[in-house]
Design a protein around this ligand. Sequence first.
Ligand SMILES: *Cc1c(COP(=O)(O)O)cnc(C)c1O
Length: 406
Amino acid sequence: MINFSPPRIDRSIVDAVVDTLYSGWITTGPKTKKFEKMLTAYGGHRVTLCVSSASAGLELMLRWFGVKEGDEVIVPAYTYSATANVVIHCGARVVFVDIDRDFDISVAAIRKAITRKTKVIMPVDLAGWPCDYDAINALVKEPAIQKLFCPDSPEQKNLNRILILADAAHSIGGKYHGKRVGGLTDISVYSFHAVKNLTTAEGGAVCLNLPEPFDHEIIYRDLNAKSLHGQTKDALAKTQIGNWRYDIIEPGYKYNMTDIQAAMGIVELARYDSDMLVRRKQIFDRYTLALSKFSWAQLPDYETSGRTSSYHVFQLRIKNITEKQRDQVIQEIFNRKVAVNVHFVPLPMMTYYRNAGYNIQDYPVSYDNYSREISLPVYYDLTDEMVDTVVSAVVESVNSVIERYI
Ligand SMILES: *Cc1c(COP(=O)(O)O)cnc(C)c1O
């Protein structure tokens, strides 16, 4: 069986974790702070806060911005549930918009969805492909759109426009006009979940890149407290002699990253560009070369003059195929002992969101992309021979289904 995306666990990861376990400090501490500094240097943004997951980071930032009942947040219909669920947690309304053919949020659809209640837009760099940030950043600064914005919280008054909170769960290492994801908009949140490109088992990071007059040092201190029950000192600071007294300044959350997770992240980030991304790109190139021979194969963009993917998911689409036929192709691929996936079932098709009144017919590109999509395995330890096995399984499976149905 060829798996879909096992994590890369080797000797250096194991050693880093074991060293941390024996170090006497296993929760948030020096390794987490070091990982944050490395991430800031890497992404080119202003400051990083490591958290327990991307979901936690996204929710923390919605709450930091004061998103609440009565507000609207614009989210692509085509994403993982985390992007929309965190909006519901805050009591706000999810406004789904359709995507473009490249799987990323449609800027034209965002424009149509903006109202006086819109507080945040959450673009998702789907499969690692950065959204059109120049267009999105410019849109929220257009005078007519800025005039619609009704600020409530001090943070909303400071920004005085719609906030862009990028779900960068897939896209660490992706580039847009030469700059890395992290520094492309106001706030971007990475995920380090086990299936992501860079993993700490579970984990995430909030990359802050806010304009004037925000003070990143103050915001970092504030968010650090918010991610730890509103406590004014973290556990490490409290261990220093005579430094036991602390205060609770708000009923915060428990969203901190541990040093065990950070130890993995430090190893992974140090070799990410020179090793992980290089291998992932080779796999994308090999799939592209092998599959471009077939007229039924629609291949994903992963490199253009302005954008470079983080090569997170290889999204193959089959031309002129129904959802049911696609499902049959997937079954045939599994029968050949290759694990594939679909990224993603659009959220308006999920029971909760469907019952809440969203209708997939309002998102035709999302449905079309979804119904023809098959995600192929991409991971560090996938060899060229395994890539070739995947390609053979896909080709045989498509042929068997197309013979029957087309
Ligand atoms: C994985 C994922 C998340 C959530 O990441 P966690 O770290 O597991 O919370 C959010 N958005 C997208 C698009 C994802 O794929």
